[in-house]
Ligand binder design. Structure first.
Ligand code: ACM
Length: 558
């Protein structure tokens, strides 16, 4: 009896050892691992047992080729034994992406509720592969049932402050897809650069995509580098990226900022300003490069007073721009910004003051609301919906608008109570431009956001009733790039925080566990190394103190 017990114990400990080796992030709903491996070699085939699963097999094959140096034959009819079988299994889960996976001596079987689910099964399979180059890939035996918690799982990138080429945007989309996120908000226009080719307004990119220099060091800057910075995405590149993302079940939501953060557009077309003949202003503390007489793309960070004038010229311009944007991006939502629009110019402008009277608006906030509602009406008429930062609540929310709550959770709570769709992106939990440690060794915008703070984030605010919490579609982390000028820094700021975010958005509350997550990080770091992704190792630094006291957080205004 004793002997049996000790054999059982030994068997159990094997299972535990195996279970520890299986490390999937985000944590699946159910995961049971057992002793044994199935080996994938170049003789293994991918069997497409259902139709429409080519994107998943293509992703897997590209991945295998890139990291292990071989591809698998893809067949539509074949032996289910000793192969990787991709198929469907109807679960009717309300959010796209549920799947089951079984790995045993007979091979790998991945069954998605739909094609999205099968794709996510492939992402989990990738995490079962060794994080080193070998020719026979031992995949541990597992049984997985998995499904996403939130319908909207987003990551944003600001390419206005610093431009990243289209080839790198592909890598960024892969980061998103490999964490089972499904939305990429592409912040395409800013004071410091307009990044999207618009055929009808060529100066937006010939003028607006470049600046004569950038401040050096933290705002207001020690000096100015005097280097022409910039770039933009051609419409051909954008079409390719939209397809690249769709092949990975990622929707790109383009963001065209209005009425603020518009200096680059105004530099290209000064008539968009309330004061076309006034020169671009910048703080006297900030060093400037090149001429100052006239309108220029901004060279420093912050919020600027020169914003779009609410004239017919501007509305026609915006409609023309959005027409081209809608041709490029099939997303249901178009992000129209709406944040940080100072009202100084509108207060000074006779035209704006008259418009406030004519339209019977309360004040400049009413004018902002009028601006956004007019654009919303245009987009709704074309079958699209708008999303805006939470400032769009001020002066009255546009009737069908979705709100991105960034200045804390308040805007999101208010919008959900008003029965508007909400995406939570509060600075205190998901602003990845904030420092990851008190001893950050590179310049950041400031703030403080540890890995654990991201991990512990709960996107559904407690203040919402059961009925109203349905309006919270999910959450998104934002990566603003004032102090991120290259891909290595970008990845350093992104990882491992994006990995923590993936469990916030995908895993059920019951399945989220910081201690398990922390253990899994060792394997995840090996993967980052193998996949050639840069990351912050601050969590491994024993001198790093995780400060969870919210009072210690500094709030940062951009
Ligand atoms: C924002 O961070 N200004 C939305």
């Amino acid at each position: 009896m004793k002997k049996i017990a000790s054999i059982l114990l030994l068997a159990l400990s094997f299972i535990t050892i195996q279970a520890q080796e299986v490390c999937i992030i985000p944590q699946p709903s159910k995961l049971v691992s057992s002793k044994g491996n199935f080996n994938i070699t170049n003789k293994t085939q991918i069997v497409l047992a259902g139709s429409g699963l080519e994107k998943s097999s293509a992703f897997l094959n590209d991945f295998l080729e890139k990291f292990y140096g071989f591809k698998l034959k893809v067949v539509s009819k074949g032996d289910f034994k000793n192969n990787i079988v991709l198929n469907y299994y109807k679960m009717e889960y309300p959010i796209a992406g549920a799947y089951n996976m079984h790995v045993n001596k007979d091979g790998v079987m991945i069954e998605g509720d739909n094609a999205t689910g099968t794709f996510y099964g492939i992402q989990s399979l990738i995490q079962l592969l060794p994080a080193e180059k070998t020719s026979s890939l031992a995949v541990p035996f597992v049984d997985i049932e998995d499904k996403p918690r939130f319908a909207y799982r987003g990551m944003m990138l600001d390419v206005g402050r610093h431009f990243f080429p289209a080839s790198y945007i592909k890598k960024y989309i892969d980061f998103i897809a490999m964490h089972k996120l499904n939305t990429f908000q592409w912040h395409l226009t800013e004071d410091q650069g307009w990044r999207i080719e618009i055929k009808k307004y060529p100066k937006l990119t010939s003028v607006g995509a470049y600046r004569n220099g950038t401040i050096v060091g933290r705002f207001p800057g020690k000096s100015n580098d005097g280097i022409r910075e910039g770039g933009f995405y051609t419409q051909a590149e954008i079409k390719e990226l939209v397809k690249y993302a769709a092949d990975r079940f990622v929707t790109i939501i383009p963001e065209i900022e209005m009425p603020g953060h518009a200096s680059a557009a105004i530099a290209a077309y000064p008539q968009l300003s309330c004061f076309p003949d006034s020169s671009t202003k910048h703080s006297s503390k900030t060093p400037w490069s090149g001429p100052t007489n006239g309108k220029y793309v901004q060279q420093t960070w912050g919020v600027f007073e020169d914003v779009f004038a609410p004239t017919d010229y501007t509305f026609n311009f915006i409609q023309d721009v959005l027409d081209e944007v809608m041709q490029l991006f099939p997303s249901k939502y178009i992000h129209i910004g709406g944040d940080e629009c100072p009202k100084t110019a509108w207060k000074k402008s006779e035209f704006c003051q008259q418009l406030i009277k004519d339209k019977n608006l309360k004040d400049e906030h009413g004018l902002q609301s009028y601006f956004i509602q007019r654009v919303e009406k245009y987009l709704n008429g074309k079958g699209r919906q708008i999303i805006g930062w939470d400032e769009i609540l001020e002066g009255g929310l546009a009737p069908n608008a979705a709100v991105m709550s960034w200045r804390g959770e308040k805007g999101g709570i208010e919008a959900a109570k008003q029965k508007h769709k909400v995406i939570m992106t509060p600075t205190t939990y998901v602003y990845f431009d904030y420092s990851q440690t008190k001893h950050e060794d590179s310049v950041t915008i400031g703030g403080y956001l540890t890995l654990k703070m991201v991990y512990d984030y709960e996107p559904i605010p407690k203040q919402l009733s059961k009925e109203d919490e349905k309006y919270v579609l999910g959450a998104q982390a934002n990566l603003w790039t004032e102090y991120i000028a290259n891909s290595s820094k970008l990845e350093y700021m992104l990882f491992p925080r994006l990995t923590a975010l993936s469990e916030v958005l995908w895993s059920s509350k019951e399945n989220k566990n910081w201690n398990n997550f922390e253990k899994k990080l060792a394997t995840q770091f090996k993967r980052y190394d193998f996949w050639n992704w840069n990351y912050s190792k601050v969590i491994l630094d024993p001198t790093t103190k995780i400060i969870e006291d919210q009072n210690e957080l500094s709030t940062v205004k951009k």
